[in-house]
Ligand binder design. Structure first.
Ligand SMILES: [Zn+2]
Length: 97
């Protein structure tokens, strides 16, 4: 009788263990999903990132054009046509003059 009583109890414990195992497996699955998302995100960011660095390089390589000036007021590169005033060697655009 005692053996019969122990048998279902053991099964209960085993099922409890498998529930814990399932929980752990679920967590593992979730963490694995996150890793996949991170890998996907890294792959997605790689292309625009590479393009951006290329554009940055192009902008740095480009020197200031002869028909452009740096405004001493807003420090923006402006076209000569927007040069409104020159004070003490500093050039000001139409917005800052
Ligand atoms: Zn300005």
């Amino acid at each position: 009788m005692a053996t019969d009583y122990d048998a279902p109890r053991k099964t209960d414990e085993e099922s409890e263990d498998s529930i814990e195992e399932l929980k752990n497996r679920r967590n593992d699955k979730n963490s694995g999903k996150v890793d996949e998302d991170e890998v996907e995100a890294a792959e997605t960011y790689e292309l625009p990132g590479a393009d951006l660095s290329h554009e940055e390089l192009t902008v740095r390589v480009l020197p200031r054009q002869a028909d452009e000036f740096t405004c001493a007021g807003c420090f923006l590169l402006k076209h000569r046509s927007q040069l409104a005033a020159t004070r003490g060697g500093s050039e000001y655009c139409v917005d800052c003059a």
